[in-house]
Ligand binder design. Structure first.
Ligand SMILES: [Zn+2]
Ligand SMILES: [Zn+2]
Length: 343
């Protein structure tokens, strides 16, 4: 598969981005309205009720949501999902070719004779194994001070709206795209190599549908619609599941890191299944909320975290350079004291 074949849909999507965003937000509005009708057990016909169902004032008057709206277009281009997604499919294609050149056709490969098995393997590899890179990167974003310096911006939201889905520091977003792209290319590429070397047409169609579903899922998960999927929360991340990830409470910290499916949270002990009607506030911590939230301006959102990131990077670099020198000094001191003991 040539690069231009992958770039074609990417460029088409770039041109159709406003339409794509309108579709995602339109579907979100329908879902939010349907959820409100279900909750109230009545069809809402009054304009004020419909507006409250889709965009409640208490959410859209929050400073963090207003800020999310003001930087939405900038963020959308920074985290533009097609870069990571189509890039990873192209990367997988190239990696599969590399394996074929290096090792030849696999003896137990599933070629054109098994299109259904090949399709299943390719889709599952992308949607399950392929998400592990993003999970690990997100986990590191919470545990490594260098990465937390920029990831915490996403957690500074004090209310959630679909615009919050793109709330993230550009460094965090770009590193996430690179890690996700690299990991998915390797895993899907290896499976592609074993399943005939090319994506089946059905796999490509299913992956395109799942990419759109994932955009709607992300908009819904970052919204006021606290939809709970019950047992289905174990298979597909929903709003109430992801709201826990944005909670200010210590018991929720570093939980529910998965964005699409919760399998890695379940396997690595970071799963917290939502409890119906559980009450908690959203945000970084109780000291950095409201007027004390440092991330509600361009400086506090982009510049200050970038400076903290660079300071942390410098500290790590100095440590890496000084570690061998300190080690040599300790070794030299040990040799000197040993020689003095012998004398
Ligand atoms: Zn996080
Ligand atoms: Zn989030």
């Amino acid at each position: 598969m040539t690069a231009s074949r992958f770039l074609q849909p990417y460029l088409a999507e770039l041109a159709g981005l406003p339409i794509f965003v309108a579709i995602v937000f339109g579907l979100f509005a329908v879902l939010a309205y349907g959820f409100a009708c279900y909750r109230r057990k009545a069809v809402l016909t009054k304009w004020s009720d419909i507006r409250d169902a889709i965009a409640p004032a208490e959410v859209y008057r929050t400073r963090t949501v207003r800020f999310d709206i003001s930087i939405f277009w900038m963020e959308l281009f920074v985290v533009f999902p097609a870069v990571g997604y189509l890039g990873s499919l192209y990367g997988a294609d190239q990696f599969a070719k590399l394996l074929a050149v290096r090792y030849g056709a696999p003896a137990f490969g599933l070629g054109a004779g098994h299109p259904i098995i090949a399709t299943l393997a390719q889709v599952l590899a992308s949607e399950i194994l392929g998400t592990f890179g993003a999970y690990i990167f997100h986990y590191a974003g919470h545990k490594v001070p260098l990465l937390w310096a920029v990831h915490k911006v996403h957690h500074s939201a004090e209310a959630l709206s679909p615009f919050t889905a793109t709330r993230g520091h550009p460094i965090d977003s770009l590193l996430g795209v690179v890690v996700g792209l690299a990991w998915r290319s390797l895993v899907v590429g290896a499976v592609l190599y074993l399943t005939g070397g090319v994506f089946t047409p059905l796999a490509l169609s299913l992956l395109a549908c799942l990419a759109v579903a994932s955009s709607i899922q992300s908009a819904l998960n970052h919204s006021h619609v606290k939809l709970c999927y019950g047992w289905f929360n174990r298979i597909w991340v929903g709003p109430s599941f992801h709201h826990i990830h944005h909670s200010i409470e210590l018991r929720h910290r570093d939980k529910n890191l998965g964005g699409g499916i919760p399998i890695w949270d379940w396997l690595f002990g970071t799963l917290y299944l939502p409890i119906p009607d559980e009450v908690y506030a959203l945000g970084l911590n109780e000291h950095e909320t409201g007027d004390n939230n440092p991330h509600n301006s361009f400086k506090g959102y982009v510049i200050d975290p970038a400076m903290e990131f660079s300071r942390e990077l410098g500290r790590l670099a100095r440590k890496a350079v000084l570690a061998p020198i300190t080690g040599l000094r300790t070794l030299a001191q040990a040799v000197i004291s040993a020689s003095q003991t012998v004398v």
